[in-house]
Design a protein around this ligand. Structure first.
Ligand code: NIG
Ligand code: FE
Length: 415
């Protein structure tokens, strides 16, 4: 049955020009005051001003009317960078962090990614699936309606496959949302291998053809960082990924600039993520490209590290995305509204800019911007109803409050 959401205080994220992504070179996405939104079979059919909704009983006899009582509506969030299938949280490391240990010190003393991988290897598929499903449901409750999930806490053939199969099962069980799967085998070098080359040659490279063939993966990623993987590894991974029709996205420039940006952009990486340490040249290279710059303010918050230069990326014309980076070490929050608050306060983004970076632009980086990410006729009816809010600014302003309560996915309330 058709549904019409009426008396919307302000409808945000309206993409009248059907842009695939937004940059400062485009007109901002529109908002409509005192609006309606109509939905049929899960898709947005129409929107506009209430005064243009000609409500006659005849025309709308088979319609459910939902009075929004002046609530505002925004598109559902698209979280394009998560490590949601990690198993067990690392709360003990949080205590070390509070006592002043840095992310790198914690990793060097047996914590970090290797700690997670060891714990995950002991979990059965079912246990890991159940833990991950709970995380995904929490993401949905926070208004995320499309999501990317990485492997990378396996670090062996067996455990990486276990994670990718968990993601695959989530895809099958949550068909109403978009889940994209990323192989991050090159996340850290596990103790079982004498060196990085051995690990890449024995685990990461051989897995790519197999998981591509089995349809277990959409993207290839790697952690390009001192003591982890270098730009040569990145280039090798890009070549191999392309041979198997997979696109790439990378963790780069979190702590050090290894010169990865130019190399990855040249090779058509769809997204470069973290970017806390960025030169003006890198900002220009990103701005001239279609590679999305994905910044992770909750990771900066949690690790007490500098925030990436979001303002400069936007001002130079780059395609900016914001994501949670949800993981047990550097970003244990799935709350995209919190990411928005951090982006506005710490990165000086205007709420409308932050909203685009949480919706349309990440949808573009996941190849989904023709389906989700804005209010547009023909797109999936994924949106968040924010009751008692007057403007979009209320969202980042009421930091940490329970902001998202009503989420609609394909026109149906997620409860
Ligand atoms: O994106 N930087 C690498 N990977 C994760 C953190 C991993 C962890 O600490 O478990 C990130 O921040
Ligand atoms: Fe990450």
């Amino acid at each position: 049955m058709k549904k019409i959401f009426t008396n919307i205080g302000v409808l945000y994220g309206v993409n009248e020009e059907k842009l695939p992504y937004w940059t400062i070179n485009h007109k901002p996405l529109q908002h409509i005051k005192n609006a309606f939104l109509s939905v049929g079979t899960g898709f947005i059919q129409d929107y506009g001003e209430m005064r243009d909704l000609n409500l006659t009983l005849d025309k709308f006899s088979n319609v459910e009317l939902i009075d929004c009582q002046n609530a505002i509506i925004i598109p559902g969030f698209v979280d394009s960078h998560t490590h949601l299938v990690y198993g067990i949280p690392r709360v003990e490391e949080f205590l070390l962090k509070i006592q002043g240990k840095s992310y790198e010190e914690i990793a060097a003393s047996g914590g970090g990614i290797l700690n997670s991988a060891e714990k995950l290897s002991a979990l059965s598929f079912d246990t890991l699936y159940n833990m991950s499903e709970k995380n995904l449901k929490q993401a949905l409750a926070h208004g995320t309606t499309s999501i990317e999930i990485k492997s990378g806490y396996g670090l062996s053939i067996e455990s990486e496959l276990k994670i990718l199969r968990v993601i695959h099962t989530l895809k099958q069980n949550f068909k109403h949302i978009h889940i994209k799967s990323t192989f991050l085998g090159a996340h850290a070098v596990p103790k079982a291998h004498p060196n990085k080359e051995a690990y890449l040659n024995e685990v990461v490279f051989p897995l790519i053809p197999k998981i591509a063939k089995e349809g277990l993966v959409d993207y290839v990623d790697a952690f390009i960082e001192k003591n982890y993987f270098d730009t040569k590894d990145m280039i090798d991974l890009i070549s191999l990924a392309h041979q198997h029709n997979l696109k790439t996205r990378f963790h780069v420039n979190q702590f050090h600039d290894l010169g990865a940006i130019a190399l990855a952009v040249e090779r058509n990486a769809v997204s470069l993520d973290h970017l806390e340490v960025l030169t003006p040249e890198d900002i220009e290279i990103l701005a001239q490209s279609k590679t999305v710059a994905t910044l992770l303010p909750a990771c900066s918050f949690f690790t007490r590290l500098p925030y990436g230069p979001a303002r400069e990326i936007i001002d130079h014309g780059g395609i900016l995305s914001l994501a949670t980076d949800y993981n047990p070490g550097s970003a244990p929050s799935l709350n995209m509204a919190f990411v928005m608050t951090l982006a506005c306060i710490q990165m000086k983004l205007m709420p409308e800019e932050a909203l685009t970076a949480l919706t349309l632009n990440p949808a573009f980086s996941l190849g989904l911007s023709n389906k989700v990410g804005s209010i547009e006729r023909g797109k999936e009816a994924n949106f968040i109803v924010l009751e008692n809010f007057n403007t979009l600014s209320d969202l980042p302003y009421f930091a940490g409050n329970q902001i998202v309560k009503r989420v609609f996915i394909r026109g149906v309330e997620n409860i």
